[in-house]
Design a protein around this ligand. Sequence first.
Ligand code: URA
Length: 210
Amino acid sequence: MIDPLTVVDHPLVQHKLTLMRDQNTPSAEFRRLLREISQLLAYEVTRELAMTTRRIETPIETINAPVLAGKKLALISILRAGNGLLDGILELVPGARVGFVGLYRDEETLEPVQYYFKVPEHLDDRMVIAVDPMLATGNSSVAAIDLLKKAGATNIRFLCLLAAPEGIKRMQEAHPDVPIVTASVDEKLNDHGYIVPGLGDAGDRMFGTK
Ligand code: URA
């Protein structure tokens, strides 16, 4: 069983994360590092993919060799920063089905509002991995998981690059059945909802916006 919270403290992940945190790292380099880290995190988050065996002939003998079983996994990008994690994981699992959840924050109610939702069919039969680099307040992540459960998903994992303790608490209270995999649990959120020390706005760093 995967732990409710996995922090991937592998030296390569931590080294690349430090480069990403550095405000002098340009967008192109930031995107490349995010793609590389996403593959190392994906290795952990996919540990429990169902397996079966296939009979194959090696040049030496015939064996029953392990292969992935069941329906293809579903990767769900929480827009827009989720797309930075998506590309790397898709290189590793090219057969994965892909969905997108778009949410914005209503300035009056401060509640997340859905503006886009497109996910693969048969979510109930797939491992579903929701990806968003930053688990900050947890509001949009919780709302995205709510939507995925409404669409039928029962076997969900959440993959992020950085998590704040506040976001982890919020997610684990709302969705205790959804394991979280991250590269770091940072110190806290600041008054503007940014992760401290964090890396700033992941979407802006990725796409060169402000
Ligand atoms: N989203 C970001 O991109 N960065 C944060 O620090 C918090 C939320």
